[in-house]
Design a protein around this ligand. Sequence first.
Ligand SMILES: C[S@@+](CC[C@H](N)C(=O)[O-])C[C@H]1O[C@@H](n2cnc3c(N)ncnc32)[C@H](O)[C@@H]1O
Length: 350
Amino acid sequence: MNHHSNGVSTVDNGDVTKAKRSVTEKKGDVIKEKNCVITRDVPPALMPVVAGLTSKRKRVPYWYLLVTTSETYTVWKKEYSVLQRHSDDIASKATSPVVLVDLGSGASSKTRLIIEAMLKRHGTLTFVPVDVSKEHIEEVGKQLGRDYEGLTVEPFGGLFVDGLRYLSTRQEQKVILFLGNSFSNTCIYEQVDLMKEIRAQLTAKDRFVMGLDMNVDRESLLKAYGQQWVTFQKDNPICRLNKDFDGDMDAAKFELITDFVENPADGDTPSYVTGYWRSLAAQRVNFRKLGLNLDFQSGEKFFFSDGPNWSCKWNLHQIRRLAEKSGFALEDYWTNDAEDCGLVCFAPVP
Ligand SMILES: C[S@@+](CC[C@H](N)C(=O)[O-])C[C@H]1O[C@@H](n2cnc3c(N)ncnc32)[C@H](O)[C@@H]1O
């Protein structure tokens, strides 16, 4: 058995051929012994999870949790109400022919409002849902095609940026949607880069519409992301890790910690909800499928987000700064009565 300084050790099974495929390496992370992790039977989609497990800052990506909190539902309802009022405004941003792109479209439930407004105004529409969950969007896409005359659905199964690169040569005007505060799950240190990447795929006539959570009320956020969701935020994902990698991780030996980190309102960095599992004892977890032993110190944190933030909470100043730093201008901003849910329209700066 080999032990490594970052708390990772690998098991020598003798008869097991260790795969030489490398796991994704993130800047600043230590994944020294990546060749010793058995990745032969790991589906490509789970490789970022392996990378997180074997990194110095132990973590799983946020999408691995598939979390539904009361906050997610509240954001959904608030955003839906803003879209009910302003879908026509979004539709008016484009002239036919138009391609509507929905990043992380999921069930496209709220997007239906914009599809309807676009069809009313333009008569025809090409809709490109982009999501890692390929089968799901293909299924949803078929239903949308049946429901709306004049709609052509072209699902793209893959990552946000790959979908945008794939569409970059299209001549039609594009309206890109990024709803549900999903952008806010991106690590705060990588948000400007992601925006620049999106900007690079657009032309001056395209528009980028994002739904952002602007609720900064500490009490309601801690309640929404708190202990009542322990099953979804801790027990279920640990069970999933054990299933995916034949592990013996014991959820009872970790506690769920969530907090709201408030940043200055006049600064560039949004406030954010952070979350992690804290090891209640020094312990070793074995993931047999990976040939991997993970040693935890008592009190060690295991994050369920790539960065410190799980979900960001914005104000208008921070949104403007984000746009400015990444080659966009804030062209329009719509909100609900409580002004804690924002829909922003960015125009690329030529
Ligand atoms: C919280 S859901 C949002 C669904 C919908 N847009 C809404 O606002 O209700 C996020 C969706 O993004 C997808 N997703 C997450 N990260 C992704 C990535 N990097 N590339 C493509 N899709 C991603 C997930 O599969 C999921 O369907």
